[in-house]
Design a protein around this ligand. Structure first.
Ligand code: KG4
Ligand code: ZN
Length: 365
């Protein structure tokens, strides 16, 4: 029998609510997205070149109830009658922004007398793979474990060795399965910072992706850090310096605009190369049987194009798994999805325990 769960996400600059449905009799089946309502604050933060935490919290406060109402309305459910639980991102993120979602979720769950589920934002990204909706089916049934999970977003560049379906994730699954990470900037941050140096608005990943199409990816040699085979870690801070020097030189020569396509293609290639070389190494070192890529940077067209071309050299079955594009960047459907897995494990707070739930900017796990 179909059951429903509401998810709320306010950890950064997307204010989002979603209703998903699931069938406890078939817990391994993909989770169905019934509705998602998202207010993106990107345009509000654009003049500042990045997310301003105080402005983010204020805007979440103004929109969170509207997003919850809209998600419930589109799904057509009666929340009191139909919801099993409310899930909310409580870590990691901007603490003021997280607090808005956590307070909204606590109040709603209290009023409806439903269990409350605290979701780690990165478990949300991992769960985005398991979402289906009216227009597309999750391909996660093709996953073979252990699976390498690459989480590439604006805040994280992490590689995980995923042993099993999320239903058997331990509480500290993220900590236990981490096999590689960025030592400085995240891949999305590297896109955003280099895009800013080249004059593009925030967030720059999508601009570099668009502008780089048709450009020559080897026009400008840019650094690939930590090329040695002994580490699965990444580093992107050197790239930023190299792009800053290159942009200054081309500006002085008056050729930056003319060269922009090639510069963007070269920057993108440096980031994609760094990601793929460690992903391939991790697959081999950890005996992974399949690969999944999640997070905002999973939307990158060059990353997908290179994988399409190079995948067969890895000798694995199937094809790499990606969430649908709309579930790559932050959204509440993935939080509701992670909420379903934790709910099915019995991992939720009862009414008398709600007050123990807090927003945590930098959790240990
Ligand atoms: O997952 P996400 O929405 O937020 C975090 O949890 O960080 O990821 C946002 C990041 C930004 O850095 C953005 O520039 C990047 O994803 N991004 C892209 C593309 N679309 C979004 N990077 C490269 N190519 C894209 N097409
Ligand atoms: Zn995210």
């Amino acid at each position: 029998m179909k059951k429903y769960l509401l998810g709320i996400e306010t950890s950064c600059d997307e204010c989002s609510a979603a209703v998903v449905s699931f069938d406890p009799e078939h817990p391994q089946a993909p989770i169905h997205v019934e509705s998602v309502a998202t207010f993106s604050q990107i345009k509000i933060h654009q003049p500042y070149g990045g997310v301003v935490p105080e402005i983010a919290s204020r805007n979440h406060l103004e929109t969170v109830n509207e997003m919850i109402d809209e998600a419930i309305q589109i799904s057509g459910i009666d929340p009191k009658r139909d919801l099993e639980a409310v899930a909310v991102t409580n870590r990691p993120g901007l603490v003021g922004a997280l607090l808005v979602g956590v307070s909204a979720a606590k109040s709603l769950a209290y009023a409806l007398k439903k269990p409350l589920i605290a979701v780690h934002h990165l478990e949300g990204h991992a769960s985005s793979l398991f979402l289906s909706d009216a227009t597309s089916q999750s391909r996660v049934h093709e996953a073979q474990y252990p699976m390498l999970l690459a989480m590439v977003s604006g805040g994280h560049t992490n590689l995980y060795r995923m042993e099993s379906h999320p239903l058997s994730w331990s509480k500290d699954f993220l900590k236990k399965s981490l096999v590689g990470r960025s030592r400085d900037d995240a891949a999305g941050e590297a896109f955003d910072k280099t895009a800013k140096l080249l004059g593009f608005p925030y967030p720059g990943g999508v601009w570099i992706d668009q502008e780089g199409r048709g450009g020559n990816p080897s026009a400008y040699p840019l650094p690939r850090a930590l090329p040695q085979k002994s580490t699965l870690d990444f580093s992107f801070s050197g790239l930023k310096t190299a792009v800053s020097l290159l942009a200054d030189r081309l500006k002085k020569e008056g050729t930056l605009e003319k060269e922009m396509k090639d510069v963007c293609a070269s920057v993108q290639e440096a980031i994609v190369d760094a990601l793929l070389s460690k992903i391939y190494l991790a697959i081999r070192e950890h005996g992974c049987q399949s690969l999944a890529i999640v997070g905002g940077v999973a939307a990158n067209s060059r990353l997908r194009e290179r994988l399409d071309r190079e995948w067969k050299n890895l000798g694995l079955n199937g094809a790499p798994l990606f969430p649908q594009l709309k579930y790559c960047t932050d959204n509440a459907a993935m939080i509701a999805g992670a909420g379903v897995f934790r709910f099915l494990q019995g991992n939720y707070l009862k009414q008398e325990e709600y007050l123990t739930l807090n927003a945590i900017a930098n959790p240990e796990i």
